[in-house]
Design a protein around this ligand. Structure first.
Ligand code: ADP
Ligand code: MG
Length: 740
């Protein structure tokens, strides 16, 4: 699902209860999609939530639809305060449910263990006497009632809602085993010993309960990375006002308020430092573990931890608008979104239970026809029913996604586009933008060479034209002119020519500032400056020309230091067998020089933004899978053209909504790290699906051919869910390698 196109109305998010497996999720999705006014609906089993795009539907209707299908739903409110309460209430509810489920499990386990002990003793060849039928009945009945209860309820709800979930399979399987044993007991009396399956029913119920408990715990720890992130923004802040410092709830803060952040305190809002200085631990937001120095004028972000100094900040964003909240939302959206493979899995899960019931019926019929007798036929059918539960299948993808994207977010990597995740594992070529990506993006003017007017006059002229431009080169010229002092001439509206330069009218004359391509377009003769320009370009400097009324006035040389991590970033990619290239709007010789310095495989320049995009497309056409890394605006076409767009943010000011993957801090080494976590997550998804399918594909025939007891089938199915979830959880241990 691509979320690049933002719908004008926000999706409705529902918190769901009562789902037990993938079949439930598929069922809820189906009824929601059929509801009037709904454009699309996505249910995430791991997060127990639904995201519904329904501009015309009322949430109450959607909730009614979900409840009609036999599940619980509540609207997640937008108000942060209410949401905090809600999530606390939900958390408490979940804990209570978990405690209750644990108690039920404990009771059934105590009653089941004696069966298992006898079974184990027999298996080891000891001659022990089994329990009498009466004792077996006494042990199994409470289990069937207490532990079976929730499966009966679940199955009933599901069938009433017109579907069949895994509760149906468990309820049916265990009831058949229990009921048949009871029948044998009544018919055969003491002779029934050896033909009873009470232990099968009890073991299935106990193990399925255990599986659910472990699964619930694992799901919680997988989704907790984000929950932790959100919890870490404190609920109160110290507002400075006429009445002095007052502690107020964050919700009461308004833009422009002054807030005091004491040493060691956590920042509650996004803001700008107005007084004081300190070092902040921004690791929560950017993944960077080193404290970052903050002075007056620097931006600070909610969720970060203040160091030794007290600072006063002006509030710039609160609540849902803070960077932290936006990160949380983006990660959550990515986790709710479905990987394309999951859609297939859901379709399978939706028809799985009915199919299994048919297979079970066929198994029963086949054994009867073969003359094996009721007992053998029934036991084989029960085993089929139990082993075929598709819950592992339903958990395989979402648990891996939640664990993987959570681990990535902790390292400062925001994965927004799940399809990007799927493509990332195939990336063999990374193209970096130069300015701001491999370089610091903070160029400084090193020298000015002119004929005609003085160098200082030309710099002031350039600065006047560039004053309104956001381009790093423009800002460097403005800064250099400011340092120099003196009044700037009055410039008309500047017109930016992306990838080439700017032009504007100054004192009735057209002034153009930019690279050779721009000068060529304007018919400016550069012959006089070529030698000087080449000399500086050979030193790796960026050279721009200034022309007035079609005449070249001179050139300005700038250097933009290479990021200290850039070399390592390239080396890490090479070690992973990935081609590292650079595409820049700067001159070819400047590009070459930087390419040599960093060990890049190939460089291209000068390229305009649309030429960068064309380069990306050409490489894709060669059969490569291309990731484009850029710092935003003028790289947008190339980012969009690439198989994966990776935007490099500065942590506080990130164009998070634009690229499939956003790096929360400008460290190019994170590019390799994001490909790595994407690969790991994708690999986990595949492993999990294989794991889940293997259980079913191997288990069903084994059971159908009578090679499996019901108890063993129950154990196998519990084990399959647990192993899938545990396997996904190994992702939460992921850390970016090769970082200091
Ligand atoms: P990059 O691809 O390295 O990020 P850009 O595409 O932003 O660079 O710019 C490419 C080239 O265009 C620059 O090297 C510079 O020569 C010229 N240029 C772009 N914008 C400006 C500007 N505002 N002033 C002067 N030159 C500019
Ligand atoms: Mg750039």
């Amino acid at each position: 699902m691509t979320q690049a196109m933002k719908t004008p109305t926000e999706p409705i998010v529902l918190d769901l209860t009562g789902m037990t497996c993938a079949a439930c999720a598929a069922r809820i999705e189906k009824v929601l999609r059929r509801a009037p006014g709904v454009e699309s609906a996505t249910v995430n089993l791991a997060l127990e939530s639904a995201e519904v795009a329904a501009p015309d539907a009322s949430p109450a209707n959607l909730i009614a639809v979900v409840e009609g299908a036999g599940y619980g739903a509540r609207l997640r409110s937008r108000d942060p305060k209410a949401r905090r309460h809600e999530s606390e209430a939900r958390e408490a509810e979940r804990r209570r449910e978990l405690r209750q489920a644990f108690a039920v499990f404990l009771i059934s386990a105590l009653l089941t263990v004696p069966f298992l002990v006898v079974m184990a003793a027999m298996a080891m060849g000891h001659h022990v006497h089994g329990f009498t039928p009466e004792i077996q009945l006494a042990l199994a009945t409470p289990v069937q009632i207490v532990a079976g209860w929730r499966f009966y309820v679940g199955a009933f709800k599901s069938i009433r809602g017109g579907s069949a979930n895994m509760d149906v399979l468990v309820a049916l399987g265990t009831s058949a085993a229990y009921g048949f044993s009871l029948y044998q007991m009544i018919e055969l009396g003491q002779a029934a010993e050896g033909h009873l399956y009470f232990e099968g029913a009890a073991t299935i119920l106990t193990l399925v309960m255990l599986g659910k408990l472990l699964e619930a715990r694992a799901r919680r720890s997988a989704s907790s990375a984000i929950a932790r992130l959100m919890e870490l923004s404190p609920p109160v802040a110290t507002r400075l006002g006429p009445a002095g410092a007052v502690e107020v709830p964050v919700e009461d803060l308004r833009l422009g308020d002054r807030v005091l952040v004491r040493p060691g305190e956590r920042v509650a809002v996004d803001g700008v430092v107005r007084d004081g200085a300190s070092e902040l631990d921004e690791s929560l937001v950017t993944g960077e573990s080193q404290p970052v120095a903050k002075h007056v004028g620097d931006a600070v972000v909610a969720g970060t931890i203040n160091g030794a100094g007290a600072i006063e900040i002006e509030v710039k964003a609160v609540g849902d608008d803070t960077t932290l909240a936006r990160i949380g939302r983006l990660v959550e959206q990515a986790q709710i979104a479905k990987a394309p493979v999951q859609r297939l899995v859901d379709r399978i899960a939706g028809i799985f239970v009915p199919t299994v019931l048919v297979i079970a019926a066929l198994t029963f019929a086949a054994w009867m026809l073969a003359g094996a007798g009721l007992e053998a036929a029934l036991i084989a059918a029960v085993s089929v029913t139990v082993i075929a539960c598709p819950c592992a299948l339903g958990l395989a993808t979402p648990t891996a996604l939640v664990a993987g994207t959570g681990a990535a977010a902790r390292a400062g990597i925001l994965i927004r586009d799940i399809e990007a995740l799927e493509r990332a594992h195939a990336v063999d070529t990374v193209i970096f933008d130069k300015t701001g990506t491999l370089t610091l993006g903070k160029p400084v003017v090193t020298d000015v060479f002119t004929v005609g007017p003085g160098a200082r006059d030309m710099l002031r002229l350039a600065a006047a034209v560039q004053a309104s431009s956001e381009h790093p080169l423009a800002r460097a010229m403005v800064a250099a002119a400011e340092l120099d002092g003196g009044a700037l001439p009055v410039s008309g509206m500047a017109h930016a020519l992306p990838g080439r330069g700017v032009e504007a009218m100054v004192e009735g004359r057209a002034v153009a500032i930019g690279n050779e391509a721009l000068m060529r377009d304007k018919g400016v003769d550069l012959a006089f400056f070529t030698e000087e320009a080449d000399k500086r370009a050979a030193e790796g400097k960026t050279v721009v020309f200034v022309a007035k009324a079609g005449e070249a006035l001179g050139l300005i040389a700038l250097t933009d230091p290479i990021r200290p991590e850039a070399r390592a970033a390239v080396a890490i990619l090479h070690r992973a067998g990935i081609d590292a290239r650079m595409a820049t709007g700067d001159r070819g010789d400047v590009a070459e020089r930087i390419g040599r310095e960093l060990g890049l495989d190939r460089v291209a320049g000068p390229l305009r933004p649309e030429e960068k995009a064309a380069l990306v497309r050409a490489l894709s056409a060669e059969g490569r899978t291309v990731a484009m890394v850029g710092d935003g605006v003028n790289d947008a076409p190339a980012l969009a053209a690439a198989d994966i767009g990776i935007a490099m943010g500065s942590g506080t000011d990130v164009a998070m909504e634009t690229a499939g993957i956003t790096l929360m801090r400008p460290d190019p080494r994170l590019v390799a790290a994001s490909l790595d976590i994407a690969r790991a997550t994708w690999g986990k998804i595949r492993q999990n699906l294989v794991l889940a399918f293997v259980y079913n594909v191997v288990g069903i025939p084994l059971a159908a051919f009578g090679l499996m007891t019901p108890a063993l089938a129950g154990a196998a199915m519990a084990l399959s869910s647990v192993s899938v979830v545990t396997n996904a959880l190994t992702l939460t241990r992921w850390r970016p390698r090769n970082l200091m």
